[in-house]
Design a protein around this ligand. Structure first.
Ligand SMILES: Nc1ncnc2c1ncn2[C@@H]1O[C@H](COP(=O)(O)OP(=O)(O)OP(=O)(O)O)[C@@H](O)[C@H]1O
Length: 220
């Protein structure tokens, strides 16, 4: 079975039809880019995937026992928060029953270090996140999402506001991760998404209405 199967999936916010009749299957270890203009429904699609909102109609089925790691936009992360890189990565381990003042286990710390090593950010282990560049912080957030070893990695515009070199660095990193995981990336980087992913899903907007009297509709 595919990792994700969406069938005739629609989402409405009141009278706004954000997604209409989306049919999309994503296979295991596929690297899929989701792109489209502002307001096309990309964030809505991510929210459905993450289980934050339910489809108004249609269905989304995830393969049994697959888990999803989510990487938010680094620009939405408070860089002034006084926390070190290693601690941010450890925070991704939701399976740990963290009690107040309880230390992380050696196993967790080893795993975090191993991830940092793989992502090329081990040298920043003790650095405060406020002292990282945007690209470095993005890698830390990817590391945090990998802590639970999810089958699927979902990234929301991971390269927004990064320069060309940092952007390519992230795509090269994702190409390596793709050997082990399914990756879904929402992005406006048309050129890179075509070069690096297996498939690009283009969400369009405003071509028709869900129903007479309603607003936008997306095509895929
Ligand atoms: N909570 C909400 N209530 C009402 N309408 C919403 C809500 N969230 C999103 N929308 C509308 O749904 C449509 C799709 O929005 P969405 O944020 O999914 O698009 P997007 O492709 O992610 O846009 P962007 O590229 O600007 O982030 C838009 O018309 C938006 O105004």
């Amino acid at each position: 079975m595919n990792d994700i199967e969406m069938k005739n999936l629609s989402v409405k916010y009141g009278t706004v039809c954000a997604l209409k009749d989306i049919n999309l299957n994503i296979g295991s270890k596929e690297f899929v880019g989701i792109t489209g203009p502002n307001g096309a429904g990309k964030s809505t699609l991510l929210k459905v995937l993450l289980g934050i909102i339910k489809p108004t109609s249609g269905s989304i089925i995830l393969k049994d026992n697959v888990s999803i790691g989510y990487v938010p936009q680094f620009t939405s992360f408070d860089k002034q928060f006084p926390i070190k890189v290693l601690d941010v990565i450890l925070m991704g381990n939701l399976s740990s029953k963290i009690k107040l003042f309880k230390k992380y286990s050696k196993k967790d710390i080893d795993r975090a270090r191993n991830i940092m090593d793989k992502l090329g950010i081990k040298m920043f282990e003790h650095r405060q996140i406020g002292q990282l560049s945007g690209g470095q912080l993005q890698k830390v957030l990817i590391g945090r999402a990998l802590m639970t070893d999810p089958e699927i990695l979902v990234l929301d515009e991971p390269t927004a506001s990064l320069d060309f070199k940092a952007k390519i660095d992230i795509y090269e990193m994702l190409s390596k991760i793709k050997k082990e995981k399914t990756i879904i990336i929402v992005t406006h980087d048309m050129e890179e998404v075509v070069s690096y992913t297996d498939r690009v899903v283009y969400l369009n907007k405003g071509l028709a209405k869900c129903k007479e009297g309603e607003h936008d509709r997306n095509i895929i």
